[in-house]
Design a protein around this ligand. Structure first.
Ligand code: C5P
Length: 693
C-alpha cells in the first residue's frame, strides 16, 4: 500500500468503537534523544513507529548508540553518556523537526567541546523550515555552524576541534515566537555541558506553543534534570546536571492524533456507543490534550480518565466558535475541519506557526476547505471557516495533502458529510503521508466508521481457473487501498474442512453446514494472503491442486453457495472491495461499479500453472494440466447455480498477451472512469452547467 496515489472514501454515516493510539511523536523523539545522550541503557515502551521516529533511531545508531528493538514498539537504547563515539557523520532527518532541532543543538555543543564534524540534512521541505534562531543562539557560545544551503535553514554542518571551550557565563538568548522547538532543543542539549556552572536561557519574544515546553521539562525531569524556571522568560539548567536514565519509560499515546477521533465522536457517534480512545487521557503531559476543551466548546460530549477518552455527539450541528489556538497549534487543524459541521463560522487565531510546519498549513487548509464547499478567510495568523451554506453545496473533492500527515488525517473528517445532509465521496491524494506519525490511521478510522453498503464501491474480477484473477485482484486492491475478497478461498476452505471432517463431497446438507460455520481468519490487511482455518494456518494447503478440485465440486452445490453468500457480502466494508471469483459481478455483487471478466487461452493458462508448479518444486505435465483446466471450466460453466459466465455489463480482458502490470493498468484505467468518485464529479459538472449563472 506504500505510495498509494489516492484513497477514495465513501460517504460515512456513523462511527463507534475503540482505537488504541500510537505513541506520541513529541514524547517519542524527545525520550529517544535523551536516552541516546544519557549513560546506561534505557528501555522505552510504546514508542511511535513512524517516519519521524525512524530518522531519529537511524541517527542514534549512526552516532554509535546501542539501538535494539523489542516486542510491541519497545526499544533498548544504550546511551553515549555525553561522550561522542563517532566524530564525523552525515545524518538524514527527513522532515522531522523534532529530530533536526535537538540534534543540531546537541551535536553543535559536542563538536565544539569534543571535536567533530556533523552534517544534518532532510527532505526539500525540511530545508525550507527555519532553524536560524537556534543557530543564532548557539553561535555566540562558540559553536561553528555552517549553513550549507540558504542561511537560516538546513542543511547545516556543525564542527569543532577537541578541547574547544564554550562561553556559557552569559545567559543564552533564544527567540520563542517562531517555533518553541528552538528552546526545546537547547533545554534538551545543554545538560551535556553543565558540569561547571548554571546555564541560563532567556526567551525573547512571546513564547508560542508553550505546552510543548512543558513536555520537554517533564521528560527532562524523568531523566534527572530539574530545570529552574521563571515564567516563560528564563530557564536555568543547574550546575552539575547530568542525564540519569530512568531505566524504563512508557510513551503515552499521541494527543494530537487523538484529536481526529474526538472529532469523529463529536460528529458521528450519535445515539449508540461512543468513540473510545486508549493510550492517552486526563493524566497526559501533552498540551494537545487541551483540544478536549475546544471540542467541548464546539459541542462534543467528551469523558476522560487516566489513559482513556470517550467522545460522542452532544450539540448538533456543532457550534461555530472563536478560539485563540496558540496553545494547541497542531490539534487546532482538527477544529478547522469540525467547522464544516457547525451552524456558523469558526475563527481560529494565534496560529502563525502553521505557516512554517510540514507545509504552509494556513494556505493548505484554506485551499482544501474551499474545494469541499466551505467559505474561508485566511490571514497571517488566523483562519475563519464557514461551513457549506447548504447540503447541496458540498463538493466531491480531491483533497491534496502536501506531504503533511495532518492534512491527510484532517481531510478524512469530510467523509462524514452525510451527517450534514450531503452525500458525496471524498478523494484523498497521497494518503500515505500519514506515516509521519500514524501509519495505520486510515485502517483505524475505517475500523470505526459505518457506511451504507450500497455506497461502498466494489470492483469485481471474474474468470476461469488460472486466468491470473487472484494476482490481478490483489494488485488492484493494493493500488486502491481496498479490501480484497478471494472468494475461491472460501470454496477451497470448505473443501479442505470437508476432508478434515470426512464429509463426502456430494453430501450437500453437511457441506452447507460446514460452509455456514467456517472459522476462517484472514491475515492483517487482508492482502497479505495468509489464511487460518479453525486456528490452523492453511495458506499453502488451500493452494494445493487437490483442494482446488474439492472446491470445484463443492461449489457446484446450491446450498453451499447460499451458505457462503453472507460471508462474502461481509467483505464489503469501507473504503471499498476488490472481489475475485466466478460470480462476483453476476451474482454476489450485481451492483459492482466495475465488472471485469478475465480470460486467457487454455494453452496459456496451462503454461502458467505449469510454471507456477515448477517454481514450487512440483513436477507436472502440461497436457494433464490442460485437460484438468478444461474439465474444471466445463464444470463451472455448466453448473445450474451461478455458472461461470461474464455478467452482461462486464468488460472483457483477455490477458493471454499481457503481463501483470499491463493488466493492472488496464483495470485501474477502467476504474478511474467508473469509480463513484468520478461519477459524482460528473454529476456535479452537469449540475453546474445547468445551474443559472
Ligand atoms: O478461484 P479458485 O481457483 O481459488 O476457486 C476454486 C474453485 O472454487 C473454482 O474451481 C470454482 O469452482 C469455485 N469458485 C466458485 N465461485 C467463486 C469462486 C470460486 O464457484 N466465486
Amino acid at each position: 500500500m506504500h505510495g498509494l496515489p489516492q484513497l477514495d472514501l465513501p460517504p460515512l454515516t456513523g462511527a463507534s468503537g475503540t482505537v488504541r493510539l500510537p505513541g506520541s511523536k513529541s514524547i517519542s523523539n524527545r525520550v529517544l534523544l535523551l536516552a541516546g545522550l544519557a549513560a546506561g541503557t534505557t528501555e522505552l515502551h510504546d514508542v511511535l513507529t513512524s517516519d519521524d521516529t525512524q530518522v531519529m533511531l537511524d541517527a542514534l545508531r549512526t552516532l554509535g548508540c546501542g539501538v535494539e528493538s523489542g516486542a510491541r514498539a519497545s526499544w533498548r537504547i544504550r546511551g553515549l553518556g555525553g561522550r561522542l563515539a563517532v566524530h564525523t557523520a552525515d545524518l538524514f532527518l527527513g522532515n522531522a523537526g523534532t529530530a533536526m532541532r535537538p540534534l543540531a543543538a546537541a551535536l553543535a555543543l559536542l563538536a565544539t567541546t569534543q571535536g567533530g564534524s556533523f552534517t544534518l540534512r532532510g527532505v526539500p521541505r525540511m530545508h525550507e523550515r527555519p532553524i536560524g534562531d537556534l543557530v543564532d543562539a548557539l553561535r555566540p557560545l562558540g559553536c561553528t555552524i555552517d549553513a550549507l544551503g540558504t542561511p537560516g535553514f538546513p542543511p547545516l554542518r556543525l564542527r569543532g576541534e577537541a578541547g574547544g571551550r564554550l562561553q556559557l557565563e552569559q545567559p543564552i538568548r533564544v527567540r520563542g515566537d517562531v517555533s518553541s522547538q528552538f528552546l526545546t532543543a537547547l533545554l534538551l542539549a545543554l545538560p551535556l555541558v553543565a558540569e561547571a556552572h548554571d546555564i541560563a536561557v532567556e526567551v525573547h519574544g512571546e513564547l508560542i506553543s508553550r505546552p510543548y515546553i512543558e513536555i520537554t521539562l517533564a521528560l527532562l525531569a524523568r531523566f534527572g534534570i530539574a530545570v529552574r524556571r521563571c515564567g516563560d522568560a528564563r530557564f536555568v539548567i543547574p550546575q552539575g546536571a547530568s542525564y540519569r536514565s530512568p531505566g524504563s519509560l512508557h510513551v503515552e499515546g499521541d494527543a494530537s492524533s487523538a484529536s481526529y477521533f474526538i472529532a469523529v465522536g463529536a460528529i458521528a457517534a450519535a445515539g449508540g456507543a461512543p468513540v473510545r480512545l486508549e493510550g492517552v487521557g486526563s493524566d497526559s503531559i501533552q498540551g494537545d490534550i487541551a483540544f478536549v476543551d475546544a471540542a467541548r466548546a464546539m459541542g462534543a460530549q467528551v469523558a476522560c480518565g487516566p489513559g482513556w477518552i470517550e467522545a460522542r455527539r452532544g450539540r448538533w450541528p456543532l457550534a461555530g466558535i472563536t478560539i485563540d489556538a496558540n496553545h494547541i497549534p497542531d490539534a487546532a487543524m482538527t477544529l478547522a475541519m469540525m467547522a464544516l459541521y457547525a451552524d456558523g463560522p469558526t475563527r481560529i487565531t494565534g496560529i502563525a506557526s502553521w505557516r512554517v510546519k510540514e507545509t504552509d498549513r494556513i494556505a493548505a487548509m484554506a485551499t482544501e476547505l474551499r474545494k469541499l464547499g466551505a467559505t474561508v478567510v485566511a490571514g497571517a495568523d488566523f483562519i475563519e471557516v464557514a461551513p457549506p451554506p447548504a447540503p447541496g453545496a458540498w463538493r466531491a473533492a480531491a483533497i491534496a495533502t502536501y506531504d503533511d500527515h495532518r492534512m491527510a488525517m484532517c481531510a478524512s473528517l469530510a467523509a462524514f458529510n452525510p451527517l450534514a445532509g450531503a452525500h458525496v465521496p471524498l478523494r484523498i491524494l497521497e494518503p500515505r503521508c500519514v506515516a509521519k506519525t500514524f501509519p495505520d490511521y486510515f485502517e483505524a478510522l475505517l475500523g470505526l466508521a459505518q457506511a451504507a453498503s450500497a455506497d461502498v464501491p466494489v470492483l469485481a474480477i471474474d474468470g476461469p481457473t488460472a486466468s491470473g484473477k487472484g494476482t490481478l485482484a490483489a494488485a488492484t486492491a493494493g493500488a486502491l487501498g481496498f479490501h480484497l475478497l478471494d472468494s475461491g478461498a472460501l470454496y477451497r476452505a470448505t473443501g479442505l474442512a470437508a476432508g478434515w471432517d470426512g464429509v463426502a463431497l456430494d453430501d450437500e446438507e453437511r457441506l452447507a453446514a460446514l460452509a455456514a460455520t467456517l472459522d476462517l481468519r484472514f491475515g492483517q490487511g487482508d492482502a497479505s494472503g495468509r489464511i487460518w482455518l479453525r486456528g490452523r494456518e492453511v495458506s499453502d494447503a488451500l493452494r494445493l491442486e487437490a483442494t482446488g478440485l474439492a472446491a470445484s465440486r463443492v461449489s457446484a452445490l446450491p446450498a453451499v453457495r447460499r451458505a457462503l453468500h453472507g460471508l462474502q457480502l461481509a467483505f464489503r466494508r469501507p473504503p471499498g472491495l476488490v472481489a475475485d471469483g466466478r460470480d462476483m459481478g453476476s451474482v454476489v455483487f450485481p451492483d459492482a461499479a466495475l465488472k471485469v471478466f478475465l480470460t486467457a487461452s487454455v494453452a496459456e493458462r496451462a503454461e502458467r500453472r505449469h510454471k507456477q508448479l515448477i517454481s514450487k518444486g512440483i513436477s507436472s505435465n502440461i497436457a494433464d494440466l490442460r485437460a484438468d483446466l478444461e474439465a474444471r471450466d466445463e464444470r463451472d460453466r455448466r453448473r445450474a447455480v451461478a455458472p461461470l459466465k461474464p455478467a452482461a455489463d462486464a468488460l472483457l480482458l483477455d490477458n493471454s498477451q499481457l503481463d501483470i502490470d499491463a493488466s493492472v493498468s488496464c483495470v485501474l484505467g477502467w476504474w478511474q472512469e467508473r469509480s463513484p468518485f468520478e461519477r459524482a464529479r460528473e454529476r456535479q459538472a452537469r449540475a453546474g452547467e445547468m445551474a443559472p449563472p
